[in-house]
Design a protein around this ligand. Sequence first.
Ligand SMILES: NC(=O)c1ccc[n+]([C@@H]2O[C@H](COP(=O)([O-])OP(=O)(O)OC[C@H]3O[C@@H](n4cnc5c(N)ncnc54)[C@H](O)[C@@H]3O)[C@@H](O)[C@H]2O)c1
Length: 442
Amino acid sequence: MDLKVGVVGFGLRSELYRHAHHPGEGSAVTVVCDTSERGRADAAAELPDALVTAELDDLLSADLDAVLVLTPDHQHAAVAVRTLEAGIPTFCEKPLEVTLEAVDRLLETAFRTGTRLYVGHNMRHMPVVRQMREIIESGAIGEVRAVWCRHFVGNGGDYYFKDWHAERRNTTGLLLQKGAHDIDVIHWLAGGYTRTVSAMGDLVVYGDVASRRENSDRRLSDWFSLDNWPPTAQTDLNPRLDVEDISMMQMTLDNGVLASYQQCHFTPDYWRNYTVIGTAGRLENFGDTSGDKIKVWNTRSQDGFVDADLEVEIATADGGHGGPSTAARPRPRRSLHGLPSQPESSRRSRCAATDRPSRCPRCVHPWWNTSPGVRTGARGRPASADSAAASARTRGPLSHSLRTRISRASRACCRGRATRAPRDLRRVRCRGPARSPSCRGR
Ligand SMILES: NC(=O)c1ccc[n+]([C@@H]2O[C@H](COP(=O)([O-])OP(=O)(O)OC[C@H]3O[C@@H](n4cnc5c(N)ncnc54)[C@H](O)[C@@H]3O)[C@@H](O)[C@H]2O)c1
């Protein structure tokens, strides 16, 4: 018997229903509620077997096992408070709401009724974010002290300035509407929550565009085009624009981490760039989709821009809309890096791969030496007495596959066997005596 799932709000985000609609395989969308004719027509076309209604009461009485609330931000509490009161486990899109009062009402209802509430912070499942977090949790950059995020919202005019998003009464502002994702990610990467903020923003481009149109009869797909460029040439913007198109915010987190977030809606490109700085290095993503790179610097230099010490290729999402990646899922452990561990003293004195004095990155690199989550092992050496303890120390959150691949890449470099390093994960700077042809460093 399938779980019965309802959807409230069948607009752009309605694509989520596909994840819940697998008739005969465990779950099916049986009811859709939307207050607009367009939403109901789209739902009826996509889900001919579902009850499609304008009345929330019809949905509440449909004996549902779960509901997806996909209405505009300022309509989340009006809907989700009622689904929670009805005891229906509720997925509510981000941001939870647009005022503190409405958010409190939602949280209080979930707490009082004991009904499950999940906020749609789907970026936590994106490979780039999961992999950055794994690298951080491995100790690769030491203790996090700063997180900076620059968010280039190319397509901002089409995405946010032609419908309800453009009005402050519906969103409070795009710093909340759009930034909710990244502020959540900043908190997740930093391991703390914001306590104090200072911020500024302005409407510096779209406010001057004269072409306006009421677009409530249309959807994003009706007007979106990469040809709508430059932003000053945009047409058919929402009649009322009172949100910022550029914002900058600085945050102090409760664990002392300092963070900043910048958002711009008139860049030609669309992606997010994170820099995370710790006590032993920094990481930065270059691109945020499959095949792009996360780079890690640990080695001190004074040569201006230098290649990173490590590159990690961003995995492919397998869950839709940047969903979870199988590559990031833990896999059965064979052994730690497939290698036995060795005592601290011998690990520091010899390079495990080359058996030379330990001046290669693998041995003296702060990552390998200080990380509680990643340790090197002595290849070919018998397992030492402390291998079990060392192995236990390595059971950090860094996924086994990523940990193993990082280790292999390091070994390949130290041993001068560039071709053995996985293509997507290369130690590109080797400063040790065993520099290989793949080491593009100095
Ligand atoms: N997590 C993400 O990546 C992501 C991406 C896009 C949108 N969103 C979120 O999804 C939500 C919906 O955004 P969208 O772009 O799909 O908006 P949309 O305007 O395209 O669709 C909203 C739909 O909700 C309907 N609606 C409005 N009020 C309603 C109510 N009280 N009851 C029933 N239906 C109602 C509208 O008629 C419309 O069909 C927003 O909260 C947005 O922030 C999240």
